[in-house]
Design a protein around this ligand. Sequence first.
Ligand SMILES: Cc1cc2nc3c(=O)[nH]c(=O)nc-3n(C[C@H](O)[C@H](O)[C@H](O)COP(=O)(O)OP(=O)(O)OC[C@H]3O[C@@H](n4cnc5c(N)ncnc54)[C@H](O)[C@@H]3O)c2cc1C
Length: 499
Amino acid sequence: MARIVVIGAGMGAMTAAARLAVAGHRVVVYERGGTYGGALGGVERDGFAFDTGPGLLQLPAVYRDLFVKTGKEPLEKCVELSQVEPAVRHVFADGTTADLPNASRAGVGTALDAALGAGAGAHWSAFMNRAREAWDRTRRPLLEEPLWPNWEVLAAREPYPAVPHKRLLRRERRAATLGEIGELELGGDPRLVALLEQFALAHGLDPRTTPASAAVLPYMEQTFGVWSVRGGLRALARAVYERCLARRVEFVFDTAVARVVEKDGRAAGVELADGTVEDADFVVAGVAPTALAGLLPGGAPRAAEDVPARSGTASRLTVLLALSGARPQGTPHRTVVHTADRQDELDRLFGERRGLPASPTVTVLRPDDEGLTPDAAHEAVTLTVTVPAGLEVTAADVDRVIARAETAVPDLRDRLLWHEVRTPADIAEATGADGGAVPAPALAAADGALLHPSNSTRLPGLFAVGGWSHPGGGLPHAGMSGTLVAGLIVEGPEFRGSQ
Ligand SMILES: Cc1cc2nc3c(=O)[nH]c(=O)nc-3n(C[C@H](O)[C@H](O)[C@H](O)COP(=O)(O)OP(=O)(O)OC[C@H]3O[C@@H](n4cnc5c(N)ncnc54)[C@H](O)[C@@H]3O)c2cc1C
């Protein structure tokens, strides 16, 4: 039995902790905050409850597997999952709306034809067929296996199949970025382009530079579906925490790790903020790369041949709305209100003029869950906007976001009882990531710009877990990183991934 110290109680870290405890190790988690979950926070006030992190779950299979492998009660016994229907309503800049069904690629095609005109569905379906190829080529190396030592192969090779496009008087072109897929392969419909690019924006990525391999993001959502958790995603964090406790993982809250202790060239424990040293055979760090570098005497913990650690550039602004009046029957769980000015939005988020766009794309979540409101005569609504990391949010910014949401909730102003705001600074507080940056999932190609450092580090005995290490950010990805780290510790460096 090894003694293992885990730094941070985020989702990646807790997934690793539960799996390591089940393998017979003694696991202690040190969390600098007062609760578990990291980015998966929650707010409760006046009988309302809100998630302050993600509001919907993709690929629940990752957490299903965790629950099967760590105890008798399956995930569905511990949290109530339901597929939301429709998966999403899109409100495009021209006022057109499209309700897309959940986990039905054929249904999405039909819905797009009905909403955008005949042919839209065929363009989208042909794109999704190509996206499937990218998914098939990258699923294992990007989700299920430790980062390849020769990761340059993933960095160099674009898995999205090339479609040559003849342009008048111009040379043949192939889409290398998500933006170019929109330009070349979706029949010139700006609404389909907006639909596609929203998958990049929602992960804090610039579609103009995000590689075509990001086609796996819409593929994942439209093939495997999106799920809500009764009581909010915070209930998933609680279930994973409780599973850890059931497996005798020990949690020490309000206790920051100040330093990773190195002895004879390997990680030998941690020093806590009060100077106490806790010995360990292995240390698992579930924190952002800059935070981890600060915990090591030699700075960056990466092997020379590893993907370089990066700080993210995008964060989120979240506005929690407590409304009087019942949620109308048939309201979609999620509505995306698209920007009216794509160029301004991209410039503001990723260009020189950083700030909140004039008309930001807003995701409006209106869960059908009586556990989130004082009674059936109230509604809890959450607005999320991608913003630059470090953005100092003003009252005018918040007002602009609320105004955009009125497209999805027309009587919002009359019904508003109060609102609360979660800024990038609040995310930084919850996770420790600089500027409240939120990590994106790992993606192939783009010279490795969207790969994340490996879970093993140059310091033997020290492993990195969570959204800032392979396979990157997002709930399923963080869960997979926990699986990989547990595999690397239990089975050793020859571990080649979950089956
Ligand atoms: C607003 C928002 C919206 C999001 N939306 C989505 C979405 O739609 N879909 C999706 O899949 N993902 C989304 N994410 C991202 C997702 O929540 C994370 O990628 C996921 O939760 C993984 O977290 P993690 O394991 O990296 O740990 P984190 O959540 O980053 O937690 C790190 C933990 O480590 C602790 N810590 C840091 N330093 C120390 C230290 N020195 N000592 C002890 N403890 C320390 C922190 O206090 C924190 O608890 C969103 C995130 C946010 C904030």
